[in-house]
Design a protein around this ligand. Structure first.
Ligand code: ATP
Ligand code: MG
Length: 481
């Protein structure tokens, strides 16, 4: 906090600074990292409780029909009535398709798995195309497992590692055991724990005053939160405070665990056993890439089905989002059809900016959005509209706030005009470079002239396209050089 303050107060005095010396953005949503993601202003779909879109809300400007449609899909996903179906977002580049999909993931919350990917990710030299798709689909099916386990739970009152001579090296000491004191409303207990549990305690950054539980069988340690006896008077902080646990320290507790079918596949494919180098490597490289077979998935499914039948687990279908879906080829599309029809299928959201185009992997099948008609037939299609000048202006203003930029008079109008003529994305992309020009000129505010200069330096897609000769080159010869 103090360093951020120091750098902003220093900025105006050191007028012409190089751009790597730019002050970090100070807007609250900018977060700690210096890079601000292009969609960080999108906080959700911005719908009323009746499902109607507020004109401008949750960082979303306009696009009301598409947002309402996505709202319906969110409701259906939450009530688990949309799995195995697909939503297709179509529209011109920069009209907010990716932003809509991210808004859907915000609305679904962290409990529903959301697995985004880009169509071209399937082209790997190591893994089959269909395997990539199958894996994403497995990761998008959540499983909520309820288990009653024996645990030791309480507020940590003492945390003392006991060291002893290291019998192996002669130098240094190792932790022989750790003594943990736990307190509940009803009583206290002192536990002597194995050093491996001490490592877990260090990893979870557990200190005195935290509420934790240790699973009796496995020794897994989980931090629940900070005891509210230590609650501070800050209005805003990241800590979660929990009350002192009731009952005895040693008790049976119902634990809820969220895993995905993908996790289960990977865990079961990983080579088990000895501490030899192979098993160390096995857990370092993305586990079991080659070992997860269709047979293993069937086995996992069978076990999962058993759990569900016994009422121990609950299936939570999530969402697979495939951006730039026209990059998939006919083989992937066919496989996608099959995946959609499998009994445990997540909801699929697709996005593309193509009109009629050739389906990849074929030489003669031209179809709308580059998607074969049989898959298209399974999709509910939502179109994003292009933006008016007014709407571009509003998005520009939003982004300026997120990026911590000040805009002088007329800048929004100028960018809105540019954005309407070319695209919303072009207008947004001019913001950051224009702010660098402004800083170099010793101003902390972007003026219209900075935007003008940007327009001279950088072309938008349409201008660039119009400069290309009719034969496709710059010198009339059809060559780029
Ligand atoms: N309605 C909107 N309100 C606020 N911001 C928006 C809106 N639409 C788009 N944006 C922002 O504009 C930028 C471009 O949008 P986005 O990347 O979603 O376009 P797209 O439709 O996915 O384009 P493409 O087809 O090229 O992938 C993003 O930074 C996005 O957050
Ligand atoms: Mg996109």
């Amino acid at each position: 906090m103090s360093s951020a303050k120091a750098s902003t107060s220093a900025a105006p005095s050191s007028a012409p600074v190089a751009h790597n010396a730019l002050p970090p953005p100070t807007a609250p949503s900018a977060g700690r990292s210096s890079r601000i993601a292009p969609h960080s202003h999108i906080k959700g779909l911005g719908l009323t409780s009746e499902g109607f879109a507020n004109a401008d809300s949750a960082g979303f400007i306009g696009q009301t029909t598409a947002r309402e449609a996505c709202g319906v899909v969110v409701d259906l996903i939450k009530s688990r009535r949309f799995s195995g179906r697909a939503l297709l977002l179509v529209g011109a580049p920069g009209t907010g398709k990716t932003a809509l999909a991210l808004a859907v993931s915000h609305e679904l919350g962290s409990k529903v798995p959301f697995c985004p990917m880009v169509g071209s990710e399937v082209y790997s030299t190591e893994v089959k195309k269909t395997e990539v798709l199958a894996e994403v689909f497995r990761r998008a099916i959540g499983l909520r497992i309820k288990e009653t386990k024996e645990v030791y739970e309480g507020e940590v009152t003492e945390l003392t590692p006991t060291e002893s001579e290291n019998p192996l090296s002669g130098y240094g000491k190792t932790v022989s055991h750790v003594v943990v004191g736990l307190k509940t409303v009803k009583g206290t207990k002192q536990l002597r724990l194995d050093p491996s549990i001490y490592e877990a305690i260090l990893k979870e950054k557990i200190v005195v005053g935290d509420v934790i539980y240790v699973e009796a069988n496995t020794g897994a340690v989980k931090r629940v939160g900070r005891s509210d006896a230590y609650a501070s008077s800050y209005d805003l902080e990241s800590e979660t405070y929990v009350p002192l646990p009731k009952g005895d320290v040693h008790k049976r507790k119902e634990l809820v665990q969220d895993v995905t079918l993908g996790d289960l596949d990977a865990a079961n494919a990983r080579p088990q056993g000895g501490q030899d180098i192979m098993s160390v490597m096995g857990s370092l490289v993305k586990s079991g890439r080659t070992e997860v077979t269709e047979k293993l998935r069937h086995e996992v499914n069978k076990v999962v089905k058993g759990y569900v039948d016994q009422g121990v687990a609950e299936v939570v279908p999530g969402v697979v989002f495939i951006d730039e879906v026209h990059m998939l080829d006919i083989e992937c599309f066919t496989y996608l059809n099959a995946l959609l029809e499998s009994p445990m299928a997540p909801t699929v959201i697709l996005a593309t900016n193509r009109g009629n185009s050739l389906v990849r992997g074929t030489t003669d099948i031209v179809s709308p959005h580059g998607i074969p008609v049989d898959l298209l037939d399974r999709c509910m299609i939502v179109k994003t509209d292009s933006y008016t000048r007014d709407q571009v202006g509003k998005v520009v203003q939003l982004r300026a706030i997120v990026e911590g930029l000040k805009l002088g008079p007329g800048v929004v109008d100028k960018l809105a005009e540019d954005g309407e003529r070319s695209s919303l994305r072009y207008a947004l992309q001019l913001l950051t470079p224009a702010s660098i020009l402004a800083t170099l000129a010793g101003r902390n505010q972007i003026e219209v002239e900075d935007i003008g200069e940007m327009g001279e330096l950088f072309l938008d897609a349409k201008t660039s396209a119009s400069m290309i000769g009719r034969d496709g080159g710059f010198d009339g010869g059809g060559k780029m050089l």
